[in-house]
Design a protein around this ligand. Structure first.
Ligand SMILES: O=C[C@H](O)[C@H](O)[C@H](O)COP(=O)(O)O
Length: 221
């Protein structure tokens, strides 16, 4: 756990007075929210937007002010986790189902810092099943179109029913095995009506990847 915590806490060092911060989702971003809460208690003034209902709740519990989107123009810095990071700093995200909100926040952030432990570093994306957010309407057809790409794909399940995102949608987990061209795959998936967003985050949006190691070291890529 310390590797995730160390990476997240290093990323929070980039936060400056007066910034608007994008708060990520997941077990790594969790530590960034806690650290930011501590800094606010020590006198730092920032406001924030959250990438999930869960993170917004955690932020409020830690006295982090949440700004309505109508009151901000852009985000200075977003800090978020990832499920896989390749050598070019392309990402797979969405293991926690928050990919669409996370992509909106990342896209609108001047600086996007990804926080991971070393287990997330891969040569090529795709071992982690790619999460794709899909509208419930016609989802069976949308799934068939995804399957016709020759990939094994299933609708994510919660306890006794389909997993539902904060946006009221479904997640299809796609087992591509190896993704040689993330940009083309992202574009191809988005030609299918019913797909809201994919968990592929291209490196053009990633400013820095902060990696925590079991040894206690933290590296920035
Ligand atoms: O939907 C969830 C997000 O993309 C997470 O940031 C990602 O799944 C990594 O989560 P964790 O830090 O818990 O491994």
């Amino acid at each position: 756990m310390d590797a995730k915590k160390n990476a997240a806490e290093r990323a929070v060092e980039y936060v400056q007075h007066g910034m608007t911060i994008g708060l990520g989702t997941g077990t790594t971003a969790y530590w960034a929210v806690l650290k930011l809460g501590q800094k606010i208690r020590e006198g730092l003034h920032v406001n924030a937007v959250a990438t999930s209902v869960g993170t917004e709740k955690l932020a409020k519990e830690n006295n982090i002010p949440i700004a309505p989107f109508s009151e901000i123009d852009s985000i200075d810095l977003a800090i978020d986790g990832a499920d896989e990071v390749d050598r070019q700093k392309n990402l797979i995200k969405g293991g926690g189902g928050a990919l669409t909100r996370e992509k909106i926040i990342a896209y609108n952030s001047r600086k996007f810092i990804v926080v991971v432990d070393e287990s997330k570093l891969v040569e090529q994306l795709g071992k982690f099943p790619l999460p794709v957010e899909v509208l419930p309407f016609g989802a069976e057809l949308t799934l068939k179109r995804i399957l016709s790409m020759g990939v094994e794909a299933t609708i994510r399940q919660a306890e006794n029913s389909n997993y539902i995102t904060d946006n009221g949608n479904l997640i299809v987990d796609c087992r591509f095995g190896s993704i040689t061209d993330p940009s083309s795959l992202d574009a191809a998936l988005k030609t299918i009506p019913g797909i809201v967003e994919t968990g592929i985050f291209l490196n053009t949006r990633v400013s820095t990847v902060v990696v925590g190691f079991k040894t206690g070291d933290v590296n920035e890529l």
